[in-house]
Design a protein. Structure first.
Length: 341
């Protein structure tokens, strides 16, 4: 069994061909083929299930006994070329339990690998993070992203796949969750700024989780977060308001890496219902007069002022406004994702 030591973004590749039992050896496999530190590839022979008709079927790939083919309690389509982004640092086992359908012998296979770092890893209030989707899961159910402009669903974007410094850096944008180096500020004091971005959920559900790449620059560690209804294309009635005092300090800005390399995870109590197709606003404001927090933009998202999707309040630190459109003809919106259950 091979091992690979590297960063956490590892691609799992499925190779399949229906063949007779005698020709199984080199035709079906799972492999980890892109550890980001360019180390030797780790390959895992695909455990197979031989049916009575003599053809090859895939078993479910398992990561540390976590079924990668199940989502929200049901089988979901395990997509070839899928990638594990959320395996915590340390030793892991990738395996598929399987049994020979004719001889009824155990043909399960497994291989261990070591993750040296996981820039995107985090902990859920209850349960575990799905290794590929990045959603919190418990009791066989997972959160569902209903709106977002960064993260795994955007990694296929050309901008997200670019290396920061081609040929000189092992880091890729997808390791930073497709987050731009551009920053907008949430701050208090005599020059306050509150930021608001609009979103329309694709599905209805109970608000559980907001992800946003934010970092504390200075002052009191206190962030006000509101979810509001829409009122004349600006934040309206407050549906949810919560204060967070655990914003991570902003890493020093360098020329090599974005200032924030992973999103913060803001969890809610599960009482606010969001309806599909309805416009809402996510609003971030300072929790104290001296608070200064940076909010990174998404690479794959552009806000046109006429669309009224990115607003700011520079008069006070409340959610009532007055609100103005973010200036510039074309401006990237802050990165965020809204998840429901």
């Amino acid at each position: 069994m091979d091992q690979a030591k590297g960063d956490n973004n590892m691609r799992i590749r499925n190779v399949f061909c229906p063949i007779v039992v005698l020709l199984l050896a080199g035709c079906a496999s799972i492999s980890i083929d892109k550890p980001k530190d360019q180390s030797v590839t780790a390959r895992l022979p695909q455990p197979i299930m031989v049916t009575q008709s003599g053809f090859v079927d895939f078993g479910d790939p398992m990561l540390d006994n976590f079924n990668l083919s199940r989502y929200n309690g049901q089988n979901w389509q395990y997509v070839p070329q899928s990638t594990i982004y959320y395996a915590s640092p340390g030793m892991h086992t990738l395996a598929v339990p399987a049994r020979d359908g004719k001889w009824h012998t155990d043909i399960s296979k497994g291989s261990t690998f070591t993750v040296s770092q996981c820039p995107l890893c985090y902990s859920c209030p209850v349960g575990n993070v799905h290794p590929m989707t990045g959603q919190c899961c418990d009791n066989g159910m997972c959160d569902i992203p209903v709106f977002g402009n960064f993260g795994p669903s955007f990694y296929g974007n050309v901008e997200c796949q670019k290396m920061i410094f081609p040929s000189t850096s092992p880091k890729y944008w997808d390791e930073f969750d497709c987050i731009s180096t551009a920053i907008d500020f949430v701050r208090g004091g005599t020059n306050p700024q509150v930021l608001a971005v609009s979103f329309t959920p694709a599905y209805s559900g109970t608000l559980r989780h907001v992800q946003a790449p934010i970092g504390l620059i200075s002052g009191t560690n206190s962030l006000q977060v509101w979810i509001t209804a829409n009122a004349n294309n600006s934040p309206g009635q407050v549906l949810e308001n919560k204060t967070f005092n655990t914003v991570r300090p902003q890493p020093p800005a360098t020329t090599a890496f974005p200032p924030v390399d992973a999103p913060a995870h803001l969890f809610f109590g599960g009482t606010t219902q969001l309806m599909a197709g309805t416009l809402y606003w996510l609003v971030l404001g300072p929790g104290a007069a001296d608070t200064v927090i940076a909010w990174n933009s998404a690479l794959d998202d552009v806000s046109i002022p006429a669309a009224t999707t990115f607003l700011l309040n520079t008069t006070n630190t409340g959610v009532a406004g007055p609100w103005a459109m973010k200036n510039n003809q074309v401006n990237r919106r802050p990165a965020f994702e809204v998840d429901v259950r």
